[in-house]
Design a protein around this ligand. Sequence first.
Ligand code: MG
Length: 351
Amino acid sequence: MQSLKDRMAAANQLLSDVAVPHEGKLGRVFPEAEDDTRFPFQRDRDRVIHSYAFLRLQAKTQVFVAGGEWGDHVRTRLTHTMEVAQISRDLARLLRLNEDLAECIALAHDLGHPPFGHAGQDALDSWMREQGSSFEHNLQSYRIVTVLEKHSSLYAGLNLNREVSDGLLKHSEIHPESGETLSHSLEAELTNVADAIAYNSHDCDDGLTAELFSREELLRVPLAKEAYERTLERGTYIRGSLQHMMVHDLIDHSSLDPKDAHPIAFSPEMKKGLQELRHFLWERMYNHPLVLAQTAEGQAIIDRLCRSFLKNPNDKILNLQKRTNSTVVEAIKDYVAGMTDTYAKLMALQM
Ligand code: MG
C-alpha cells in the first residue's frame, strides 16, 4: 500500500488552494497516530457515524415528530443529515474543496438537536434561561463531540480534528473555549448552505406527503413553479429539481474568496426565490396547526422533564455530572438534549 503521506499528497493536488488539505492544519486536541487506511477526516467521519448521538438522530424530529401520525415517508433528523452530507460532498467536489471534511461536518451538524426539533430547542433554552444559562443546538453539537461522547478511555469526546469540531460552531464568531476569533473553513460554510438546500427542498416534499398543502398551492411560489416545470419532461419530482437549481446557482455565484463575508452564496435572484419559498413553508408547514399541536406537546414534555429532574436527578444525570465535571443543571440539559422523541415521551410518562 502506498503510504498515507503519499496518498494525501496526491489527493491534495486535486484540491483548490483555498481548500483545507487532507492532513488538516489544526490537528486534534490529543495527539494520536494516524490510521494508514483512512485520511484524518475520513476517520473523523467514522467516529461521528459510530457515536451514540448519531444513532439517536433516527428518532428525532426534523419537522414532524418522529414515528408519529405522519407515516414513514417524511424526514427524520437522520435522513435530513444524510441528505446534507450527500449535498455537501457533491458541492465540495464541484468546488474542489475537501469532500471528507465537508461530509464529516455535515454528518455531525445536527447532533446537538434536542428532541422535538426547533420547538424542543426553544423549550430547553427557556428552561436554561430560568437557570441563568442558555441552550443553542450548534454549541451542543460541539459539546457532544468534544466532551459528551466516549471514544477512548484516554480522553473525553471523539478527539476530532479541530476543523471538524470548530466547523460545528455555525453561528459563533468567537471560539467558546479559546476566546479567539473563529475563521470558518470554506468547507464549513459550504455545509451550512447544503443544510439550507436540503431542508428547503425536502420540506416541500414532506409537506406534500403529509398533505399540509397541495401541489397547486405550492406552485404559487415562483421558485417551486420553475422547479416543477423542469420536472415535467423527465416525469420526476419537485425536490430533486429544486436541489439541482440551487446547486447550479451556488456553483455559478460563489466567489470562494475567504475574504468575502459570504464566499459561498446564492445569486440575488435565488435568494429572493428562497425567501418566498421560506415564507410559504413558515405559514403552511412549520406553523400549520397540526404541526404546532405536536410541537407544543413536545415543549411541555421537555419542560416537565427538566423541572422534575432538577427536583430529583436520577443516577444517569448524576453520573453524567460527575463524568463531565458540570453543574446539575448542565447535566440535565445534556441528558434531555440527547434524548430521542421516543425516549423523552417514555420518560415523561414515568414522571
Ligand atoms: Mg440541519
